[in-house]
Structure formats: C-alpha cells, structure tokens
Ligand binder design. Structure first.
Ligand SMILES: [Cu+2]
Length: 153
C-alpha cells in the first residue's frame, strides 16, 4: 500500500513486515510444492467470523503432508485486522529476501490486504490454526493435520 519506502509527514518511517529480516539464513530453502489460498471472511454487523465463508464447526481439516513445503496466502476480505496463529510450525513471511525469511508464530493480516508465508510441515499431528482475537476464534479457526503420506485419519 505504498508504505514500504514511505516516510510520514513527521519524517518518521512507517514500519511494516517488509522491514523485518531474519538474522539467520532460511533453513528450508526448497520452493513450495503447492499453494493454499484462504480468505479471512466475516460479517461485521452480526459479528460472525469464518475462513472461506465456513465456520470451524462446519469445516474440514486442512491436510498437510509431513515434510512438505507449502505456501499459504491469506486474503483478508474483512474490515478488521486478524492475527493468525498456526500452532506447531513456523510461518515464514515472504517479505524481502527469500534467503532470510522472518519466522513468526502469529501473522498479522491487515484489512483488505493479503500476506503470504511458507510453512514446512515438520510436526506430525493435529494443530490449531486460528485468529487470535478471542471473539473471532470460534469461527475463524481450522484444524491443520500433518500426516505421513497414505496415512490419513
Ligand atoms: Cu480475527
């Protein structure tokens, strides 16, 4: 949104995710094998929240193969900011240099914007993946299942 090299009228720089860089090289240098795009959705007036228009109770788990490298693209279709937390694995923000991706637990997605990050599915099991705002959590939540190939449950 034009903030990357922008200074405000007081001469101060507006910091954003483009300014973060890992001190250490990206551990998993592989390109992602696939991309998962998810829309953060909701209804402000009824205060209902969802992913791709589906609330957690009605949603299928998101399945990742153990060891795979995947790109997640979150598109925020709402007018609120959502801090999205994937448990169990790092979210490596695709900002700046691919060789120094910053690793985060929770990724903030601004209203009307999108963010992409890479995940290495290196933790077997069932993980929560959700917005960290308490009142958004019941709807804006997915189970992520990391499974070995041919071993779905
Ligand atoms: Cu939220």
């Amino acid at each position: 949104m034009g903030l990357r090299d922008h200074h405000n009228r007081y001469g101060r720089k507006v910091l954003n995710y483009g300014d973060i860089k890992n001190l250490y090289p990206t551990l998993d240098q592989r390109d992602p094998e696939r991309e998962i795009q998810l829309h953060l959705t909701g209804n402000m007036s009824r205060y209902m929240w969802s992913v791709d228009g589906v609330k957690f109770a009605d949603a299928e788990p998101l399945r990742l193969s153990y060891g795979e490298r995947v790109r997640i693209v979150l598109v925020n279709d709402t007018m609120m900011t959502h801090p999205i937390h994937l448990h169990g694995m790092w979210s490596e923000l695709e900002t700046g240099s691919a060789d120094y991706l910053p690793r985060k637990h929770t990724v903030i997605v601004q209203p009307g914007s999108s963010v992409s990050y890479l995940v290495t599915a290196d933790a077997l099991g069932r993980w929560a993946y959700h917005c960290h705002l308490l009142y958004h959590m019941p709807g804006m939540m997915r189970e992520v299942r990391v499974e070995k190939e041919g071993q779905s449950s």
